[in-house]
Write a protein that binds this ligand. Structure first.
Ligand code: M6P
Ligand code: ZN
Length: 192
């Protein structure tokens, strides 16, 4: 791990960073129960365990004061009418935020608090999205053809809490309606 201040390149066009330490890939099989159209999910999975998104990260100690950063590529596609998206998470240390900088593509970020406030932010190249502490976040690629590519940075000790979202999902979903990305209430979301 680097022990001196360092630099690296992030292509503004959305290409690979010039350095990274870990490359995480997430496939359809890791999203069980997350997509609304379960039949479409099963049919698609039976055909192929499609690659949905990839994260390149610069390793840092998971210590207070350090910042974790990297670049994510969400590939284009849909499961039924619902666009490819990240699992989404709260931070384990709930009171920690995150900054995203969109490099290329188009998409939406679905966010919500444990109390049920929701907010959907739009990714555009050159736009910063600031996720407040306490807000769960999921990134959705709404382009039919292009990757959604963004840089992210968050406190290295924040951790990922996936459990709540895996069990309950997000309150809002992003689906295609009449050819347009549309935010709908998650019909399967239940309080408690
Ligand atoms: C962003 C960051 C990462 C996160 C990744 C994928 O790049 O928030 O910390 O891991 O998205 O999202 P998820 O972990 O929810 O699958
Ligand atoms: Zn996060």
């Amino acid at each position: 791990m680097r022990s001196q201040p360092f630099t690296y390149e992030l292509p503004l066009s959305g290409g690979l960073p010039s350095v990274w330490d870990s490359h995480t890939t997430r496939r359809l099989s890791s999203m069980k129960g997350q997509y609304l159209d379960q039949a479409a999910y099963e049919t698609m999975l039976a055909r192929e365990d499609t690659l949905l998104y990839e994260v390149y990260e610069i390793k840092r100690p998971e210590a207070a004061g350090e910042l974790l950063q990297g670049i994510s590529f969400i590939h284009p596609g849909k499961v039924g009418d619902e666009y490819f998206m990240t699992k989404g998470h709260f931070h384990q240390i709930l009171d920690t935020g995150e900054v995203y900088y969109c490099l290329s593509g188009q998409g939406l970020m679905v966010t919500e608090t444990p109390e049920g406030d929701t907010q959907v932010l739009e990714f555009r190249p050159g736009r910063v999205l600031y996720v407040l502490p306490r807000w769960a976040h999921r990134s959705v690629n709404t382009s039919p053809t292009e990757d959604l590519v963004f840089y992210f940075v968050y406190p290295a000790n924040a951790g990922h809490d996936y459990g709540t979202i895996e069990q309950k999902g997000f309150r809002k979903l992003v689906v295609e309606r009449d050819g347009q990305p549309t935010v709908i209430d998650n019909p399967r979301w239940k309080p408690g």
